[in-house]
Design a protein around this ligand. Structure first.
Ligand code: ADP
Ligand code: MG
Length: 355
């Protein structure tokens, strides 16, 4: 029998490619929200209001009071790799942020209905635009795609509706809106602790009360108290450590030996982006094991600024784990500092109970 003729090779439709890319960047509503929070903070906002319906699958809305977006930029805003934060490849090595690739809004526009209302200081009115598949779209079929003038405050409101409406496999993956909402609250809480000078609020659509609300004048410990409770906020030690040769500064708050819970909480920010690092978590848990009873775990807020040239900037957005140079040495320096602070508290406590 003759071999079957091979099927011809064809390029995937650009639309399909974009949808695949979007689905890789945004796996759950919380990933879209995290990008939107970072954009709002990058825009110099001091107030961020978040509204969520059905765990973010029906509606994710974020309203900020930042610098807004120029009307003339609206047509290309949601194209892939359009950004105001990066101009040349060289910038990649010096930029201090992760969300620099201009992919967030593009991705969202491929897998949700996206509406943006924005006003800059210079503009006499706000502009509203709808997006689909990276491009301006009409509000209703047949209407013009041009942004429309509208009344509005200074800043930007981003409305994401029906996330994953065209990705049926993703839709099925979400069994519990309340689980997704819990993840959203967790991320909002992290940024609320980290971003001093920014007020955060997060509300579930239809709820009369706000789930989380912090004021812009709150101290970091105040925010921790509000979100994580007084039991931990009353038992925090502050720490700071830096090393020029290793190119880092680390600061934060860690619970002392009087406090322990069943599971470790680490609020980790590297260059002002909330990230995860199992290496840091493991090392810190080990440090605490000598101070806490068996099975007891700490609370740690850690903000790590690393010379951007030493962070792996090519880390893909889906990789929530981050890599950086001299990771072991930097972690060791942080552990040592926390260990010293913990022993100080420990000895003063022993001293007090003895006297
Ligand atoms: P990136 O943040 O990597 O630049 P995004 O797709 O997240 O890419 O955003 C694209 C651009 O849209 C940003 O560079 C910024 O200029 C603008 N932008 C997005 N969100 C806001 C916002 N809330 N306020 C002002 N500008 C924004
Ligand atoms: Mg962004």
């Amino acid at each position: 029998p003759t071999a079957q003729a091979p099927k011809r090779i064809k390029a995937l439709d650009q639309d399909v490619v974009n949808k695949i890319a979007a689905g890789e960047i945004i796996v759950a509503p919380v990933h879209a929200l995290k990008e939107l929070i970072e954009n709002a903070v990058d825009a110099g906002s001091t107030s961020l209001e978040i509204l969520v319906k059905d765990g973010g699958l029906k509606l994710l809305q974020i309203t900020d009071n930042g610098h807004g977006i120029n009307r003339d930029d609206l047509p290309i805003l949601c194209e892939r790799f359009t950004t105001s934060k990066l101009k040349t490849f060289e910038d990649l090595t010096t930029i201090g942020t992760y969300g620099f690739r201009g992919e967030a809004l593009a991705s969202i526009s491929h897998i949700a209905h996206l509406t943006i209302t924005t006003k800059t200081v210079e503009s006499s009115c706000a502009w509203r635009a709808h997006y689909a598949d990276g491009k301006l779209a009409p509000a209703k079929p047949g209407q013009s795609t041009d942004p429309k003038p509208t009344a509005g405050r200074g800043g930007t409101q981003i409305t994401v509706e029906d996330l994953f409406y065209n990705v049926p496999s993703r839709q099925k993956a979400f069994k519990s809106p309340s689980e997704e909402y819990a993840k959203i609250l967790d991320v909002v809480g992290r940024y609320a602790v980290h971003c001093g000078g920014v007020a955060f609020s997060c509300k579930k659509h239809g709820d009369s009360s706000i789930s989380l609300s912090t004021s812009k004048d709150a101290s970091r410990v105040d925010s921790i108290r509000l979100i994580h409770g007084s039991a931990v906020a009353n038992e925090l030690i502050s720490f700071e450590v830096s090393d020029q040769n290793l190119g880092f500064t680390a600061s934060g708050y860690a619970s002392n030996a009087n406090y322990h819970v069943k599971k470790t909480t680490i609020l980790l920010f590297i260059n002002h982006r909330s990230v995860e690092s199992s290496a840091i978590k493991k090392a810190l848990e080990q440090t605490y094991s000598t101070f806490l009873p068996k099975g007891g775990h700490p609370f740690i807020y850690l903000s790590l600024d690393i010379d951007p040239q030493r962070v792996d900037v090519n880390v893909h957005p889906t990789k929530r784990e981050v890599n950086f140079l001299n990771e072991d040495e930097i972690i060791e320096a942080i552990r040592t500092e926390i260990r010293i602070k913990l022993s100080e508290v420990d000895t003063s406590r022993t001293f007090m109970t003895q006297s």
